[in-house]
Ligand binder design. Sequence first.
Ligand code: ZN
Length: 172
Amino acid sequence: MMTKALLVVDMLRDFVDEKGALYIGDSSAIIQNVSARLQEHRNANNPIIYIVDSHLPHDAEFNLFPPHSLKGEWGEEIIDNLAPHEKDIIIPKRRYSAFFGTDLDLTLRELGVKELELTGVVTQICILYTAADARMLLYDVEVRKNCVASFDEEAHEFALKEMDKTLGVNVI
Ligand code: ZN
């Protein structure tokens, strides 16, 4: 049987708390849905990996987006409702893709993971580019539409279609 892991991407205060720097808008549904996925994967004893946007003050991404998720600050923290458990894995990143410049691939290989379920935000940014790298590395990827979200509905729909038709992600 293939080992499956749950990735929870950027469910941080700066994205899903109304006081956050890049608040995506009403996040109650996605928080509830991701929480349910966490419960199911915990019950199945699957690895849980939190991906955390963790920027330095001069990061290049701030040419495109207002400063957010600064390392060690309030906005970089995972929201209380989805707090990690002790054995969960937390991987910081500074780019859209959770694979770029991180040890996510190494971590997944060591765990024997072949299949990823991607949840979190933002659909057309960190979810899409993480899904792209995961597929390039030949992981099987699943995305539930109600477990990803965006501040831009049109871009959200585009990204889901791109993941489905171009990347071969199992979009449910
Ligand atoms: Zn960022």
